[in-house]
Write a new protein. Structure first.
Length: 118
């Protein structure tokens, strides 16, 4: 009669859970946060809308172009949207999202800061 196999020590003992994030996981989390930063999303959206309105301002009929008291409003609105989009994207790239330093966790400068001990 065959004896049942005894489980090996590595199979019977579960792996210890990780204590914290590794540096690689932290870097990936920062990249994901920067990728979906609201400033980038707003900048991308205004870029798309600005290009569409700018093309309408350039390629539209003369009647539509000068309907607003002789001002090609589509052209100017498209340019303004593109300038705003460039500012948002520049801001997002110049000041990327960074993790909060561990020594400041739980400390705040406002009314929701750390509660005083009583």
């Amino acid at each position: 009669m065959a004896e049942p196999e005894q489980p090996r020590a590595s199979e019977s003992e579960p792996d210890a859970p990780p204590v914290g994030r590794t540096e690689e996981e932290e870097a990936e989390a920062i990249k994901a946060a920067n990728r979906f930063d609201i400033r980038r999303l707003i900048g991308g959206l205004f870029t798309v809308y600005g290009v569409i309105v700018l093309i309408l301002g350039i390629a539209g009929s003369a009647h539509v172009k000068h309907k607003a008291d002789g001002i090609n409003i589509d052209l100017w609105a498209g340019l303004a949207m593109l300038v705003f989009a460039a500012l948002m994207i520049f801001w997002a790239l110049a000041r990327p999202v960074a993790p909060e330093p561990p020594e400041t966790d739980g400390q705040g400068s406002g009314p929701i800061g750390e509660a005083p001990a009583t």
